[in-house]
Ligand binder design. Structure first.
Ligand code: SAM
Length: 293
């Protein structure tokens, strides 16, 4: 059975009385080439654990099961569970978990199911929660090697954007800090059932073993990024004032110490510059506290 064929999707819907949920971002993939691209670029080995987010009726799951040691697929919609039991029946190495991925402890999932190989996360993500899913995986430090995921093209463009670009923001800086990024495929909206309003992209995020910048305190780095981009039209002097409780004079002093012009904006800073500011902020706060003691 060609699971990805629109006629199969229709058959399954009719047989199980399944109604597609727009609010759960259910746009099913019908293009075998794209499915193959996602699976090939995930580089799945026979000892690997694959974690899939949102299996739908199982098009990617069935394909991944043929290459992986184990597949654990997290699907929120309980109406899809009996369907997945049927479509994935030929694969004894698949476990479907009926849960909200945002409420799932993915590290625990990895510990429970991982074999001797690596851990690859894949998915055609529900677009309404793409950013929270990516940030959860990265901020929770889920022990995975890579994340190969389909998302709305605009979100992929934001993730890839560099300093100076209008789409460069907190998401770009955060993902680039944790991962190296490669675009795997540009995907037109016509290959989904039902057809969404927007085009998509598949990105492969390889999780770095070593971070690209040295930080005294990772939390301060993210405070800096979030404050800087929180008010992206403001100068750094203004957008960083109040961050970590720092006064305007303190921010001026910090920026001067790292030779960054206080009238620049966050969207012009690369990761090294964010790191320099964050490290200087940490030092400043430490020195200040020492003075007060
Ligand atoms: N992988 C299938 C495909 O490519 O055809 C389905 C992809 S569809 C874009 C997104 C899937 O994620 C749907 O099956 C939807 O029910 C599921 N989903 C939505 N929100 C979720 C959540 N919070 N946790 C887990 N799965 C979710």
């Amino acid at each position: 059975m060609k699971l990805y064929a629109p006629s199969t999707i229709k058959e399954i819907r009719e047989k199980h009385g399944f109604r597609l949920s727009k609010s759960l971002g259910q746009n099913f993939l019908t293009d075998k080439n794209i499915i193959d691209r996602i699976i090939e670029s995930s580089d799945i080995g026979p000892e690997d654990l694959v974690i899939e987010i949102g299996p739908g009726i199982g098009v990617l799951t069935a394909e991944a099961a043929q290459y992986a040691g184990k597949v654990a697929a997290v699907e929120i919609d309980r109406n899809l569970i009996p369907i997945l039991e049927e479509t994935l029946a030929p694969y004894s190495n698949v476990t479907v978990i009926n849960q909200d991925v945002l409420k799932t402890n993915l590290t625990e999932l990895v510990e429970r199911y991982r074999g001797k190989g690596g851990v690859k996360i894949i998915g055609n993500l529900p677009y309404y929660i793409t950013t929270p899913i990516i940030m959860k995986i990265l901020e929770d430090h889920v022990p995975a090697d890579s994340i190969t995921i389909m998302m709305q093209k605009e979100v992929a463009d934001r993730i890839k954007a560099g300093p100076g670009s209008k789409t460069y923001g907190a998401l770009s800086a955060a993902v680039q800090y944790y991962c190296t990024i490669r675009q795997v495929a540009a995907v037109p909206k016509e290959v989904f059932v039902p057809q969404p309003k927007v085009d998509s992209s598949v990105l492969k995020l390889d999780i770095r073993k070593q971070h690209p910048v040295e930080l005294i305190d990772e939390k301060m780095f993210f405070v800096c990024i979030k404050s800087g981009f929180g008010q992206r039209r403001k100068t750094l002097l203004n957008s960083l004032t109040g961050a970590a409780g720092l006064s305007k004079d303190a921010v001026r002093e910090i920026l001067n110490a790292v030779h960054i012009d206080p009238v620049r904006r966050a969207e012009t800073l690369d990761l090294d510059e964010f790191a320099a500011i964050a490290n200087q902020m940490t030092e400043h706060i430490k020195n200040h506290q020492n003075h007060q003691e």
